[in-house]
Each structure stands twice: as C-alpha cells, then as structure tokens.
Design a protein around this ligand. Structure first.
Ligand code: GLC
Length: 429
C-alpha cells in the first residue's frame, strides 16, 4: 500500500469519541418519493427522469432546523449526499448543468447546509457517488438504468471512462476546496466483483482510486475516508446490518461505522411503513458503541425539504435518552468483559456502563466484577443500585440464590426506570 493510502495518518480520535452521526440522502429522487434507486429500479431514462429535475423546488428547506434537530438528537457529525448515483448535484458545480442551481429552486443547498451544521457544532462529511447514471461518459453497465435498452447500449458504446474519471476527480476537488474543512469523505460504491455477459462492474481501476485518495489527502489533511474505493479506508462501513462483533484487520481493531436507515430506504420513500422503532434505533447505537463502532443514522428529507414526522419523533426519542445517558456513549468503547444476556457494556476508563435491553426481575449478575465495583447507580437519576456479594459456595435454597466465584450481583427495582434503555453506571475500583 502506498504511503498516501496509509490510512493511519488520519486522526480518527474525534470520530471514535463522537460515535453518532446523521446521514442525509436528498436529491431529485426525493420527488419520486420511492427510494433513491428509483431511476435504476424502474429503468427510467433521462428524459422521463427530467421531470423530477424540472420540479425540484424545496421551498421549505431549512438547514438551520435540520442542524438543530440533529444536535438535539445528540448527533455530532453529518454526512450529506453531494451527488447520488443519479448524478444530480446539490452544489453549484462548474463541471455540469445537472445541479440544483439549474432547477426551479435555483440556489446552492450545500453551502447553507455546511454553515448551519457547523454553527450547531457538528462536523461535516460529504457523501459522493462514484457512480453516475446521468453523465454522458459514464460507461453503461449491468447496474445502469438503461441496462436492458439494447439500442441505447449500442449507441453509447463509445463512452470514455477517462472523461468521466476527470469529472469525478474534478468534482471531488470542488467539494474539498470550496466548503472549508471537511471531516469525512464518503465515496460510494465500487463493484468490480460484479459482471454481466456484456459488461463488468467498476472499481479502483475505473476511479483511479489511489490518485483520488492522494488528491483528497493533499486537499484536506486529516480527513477521514471510508472504505468503498477498493483500496481500504479509514472507516469500515457495514450497511443496514449490525455486525456480530467489531471489525479487525490483521488482528487489529479498525474504526467502523454502521450506516442505517429509519425504514430501509435512504431516500424519501413516502409509502414505506417499515419504520424501525425508536427503541430499536437506540439499541443499534448502543450495540455499535459496545463493539467499538459508530452509528450513522439516515434521514431522507422530502421534496419540500423537510424531515418526516416519523423521523423527527425518532430523533427526539434518541435525543432525550442521550440527554440523560450521553456519557455512556460519547468517549466510550466496548469492554473486554462479557455482559449478561440482553445487555451491552460500554466503557470509558473506570466507568463501565451496563445497558439493559430487557429489564430483569430484581437481579442482574455481572461475571468478572466481584470485588471490582466501588459504587453503582442508575444513570438516569443517579439512584444507588445495591451490590450483592454472594458467597461463591452458597447453594440455592428456597428464596436464597446460589453464589458463583467472580460474579457481582446487582439488585434492581421491580419497575424499570422511565427511560427507553436503562443504564447502570458502575464505578470500577
Ligand atoms: C448503498 C446504496 C446507496 C446508499 C448507500 C448508503 O451503496 O447503493 O443508495 O447511498 O448504500 O450507504
């Protein structure tokens, strides 16, 4: 691996401290209101897709409100789609007319976004699609919306990837020089492992990923780059699943971030009812941190520029929980200890946090902590939780519990505290 792709030069400490970010998927597909891949899934050609371009006018777009909702939700960074696979650009790029300033809205949306989120204290990330189903030089392949249109494919056979690559690098340069300090660049995605009888997927050779990363690091020293250029990355990015364990490369833990949707769609999807419950989303955040990872939680704003009520409700629930419990997330990682069933541990030095996904009847037994905890409390109200040291030789009899060497038992109230996920804060000796 060349020195320029040596990802250890990035400083990921802030990222591993902050743990929780907002993903925003927004573009003209938000008018179609049925997933950001709508052009590909429904094989819509440019002429038909143009109606979304011609009617994009998010009159209620208010990035200050977006930023405040994100901050109140406890999010510490935000990643927005500067361009998604359909090729539509959210900023006034000099390299294309397929951009927001040419729609009825007529204004750059990226600059006010960056300014609003920075003003709320959040760091900035740019998602940028490597794929571009609009650009005239992006070679048609098995993922393209016109993949089944033989006439189109034959007519477009002469497309020159070198021309598209120049565009890709040129727009990346625009994004990393026109908007101040950018903390994350989130390229998406490579698929050279895919092939069809008449075409093959695109990857690092098509993007010139090494040169792209070299430019990124020259323009934004210290920026974090994700892992979808096929040359590794600072951040491993499991998508729409919670990994069984944290990630390691060559036996060493790596920085990783689960990216998740609220309902299965990244882009606004009006009729989608697959909303994850607020508690499920909260458990995903806790689960990620318990495995030394982050959560990047997505909102797909609608064509007027607003977050759906269901999204706002979920952000609100998470924000209220973090208002009381944020020290069990920020600055925390997982623990080497194995938590009880239905629980997760997060830890920050000598503070160990027991997250109870299911409230047990009266007791919870913590292996390996006998004699190691000097105090315990419910984090939400700082009410003491009694620790019971049971003689390891104690046999079970009637209402007497048996003991087990090394186990610390906590006595919990019958009623759980009035919070989504109760947390016991353990002060280690
Ligand atoms: C996948 C999807 C893309 C989405 C991305 C987010 O790559 O193709 O639509 O933006 O995941 O991680």
């Amino acid at each position: 691996m060349s020195a320029l792709t040596n990802f250890s030069q990035s400083d990921s400490r802030w990222f591993q401290n902050d743990r929780f970010g907002l993903f925003i998927h927004w573009g003209i597909y938000s008018l179609a209101a049925r997933h950001e891949w709508v052009k590909q899934r429904e094989r819509i050609d440019d002429a038909a897709y143009q109606s979304y371009f011609a009617h994009f006018d998010p009159d209620l777009y208010d990035p200050v409100r977006w930023a405040r909702e994100a901050r109140k939700a406890g999010m510490k960074y935000a990643v927005i789609t500067t361009k998604h696979h359909d090729g539509f650009c959210l900023w006034d790029s000099a390299l294309t007319d397929y951009k927001v300033t040419r729609t009825p809205y007529g204004k750059d949306v990226l600059t006010p976004f960056v300014e609003a989120f920075r003003a709320e204290g959040l760091r900035i990330g740019f998602y940028h699609s490597l794929i571009d189903w609009h650009h005239p030089s992006f070679p048609v392949d098995g993922l393209h919306p016109q993949r089944d249109d033989i006439v189109f494919r034959q007519r477009e056979q002469g497309r020159d990837i070198n021309d598209y690559r120049q565009y890709l690098h040129g727009q990346t340069r625009e994004l990393l020089t026109q908007f101040g300090k950018i903390d994350i660049v989130w390229f998406d995605f490579s698929y050279s492992q895919m092939s069809w009888e008449w075409s093959k997927g695109k990857g690092k050779a098509d993007w010139h990923s090494e040169a792209l990363i070299q430019m990124v690091r020259e323009l934004q020293p210290g920026i974090l780059v994700n892992d979808r250029l096929e040359i590794g990355g600072d951040i491993t990015t499991p998508e729409q699943y919670q990994p069984r364990t944290g990630f390691e490369i060559n036996g060493q833990p790596v920085v990783w971030e689960a990216c998740q949707t609220l309902n299965g769609s990244w882009g606004y999807d009006r009729d989608n009812l697959d909303w994850k419950s607020p508690d499920m989303l909260l458990r995903m955040l806790i689960d990620s941190v318990s495995k030394n990872g982050n959560l990047l939680l997505n909102v797909g704003p609608n064509g007027r520029g607003e977050f759906q009520p269901e999204a706002l409700a979920r952000l609100g629930t998470i924000g209220e929980w973090l208002r009381l419990h944020n020290r069990s997330i920020y600055g925390c990682s997982g623990s080497v200890l194995t938590p009880p069933p239905d629980c997760r541990y997060t830890q920050n030095g000598r503070r160990l946090y027991l997250h109870l996904f299911a409230w047990p009847f009266r007791h919870v037994h913590l292996e390996g902590l006998e004699g190691k905890v000097e105090y315990a409390q419910l984090l939400n109200d700082a009410s003491e939780v009694k620790r019971i040291e049971i003689d390891p030789h104690q046999q079970a009899q009637n209402t007497t519990m048996s003991g087990q060497a090394g186990v610390l038992t906590l006595e919990l109230p019958i009623q759980p505290p009035p919070v989504s996920v109760p947390v016991v804060e353990l002060f280690l000796k």
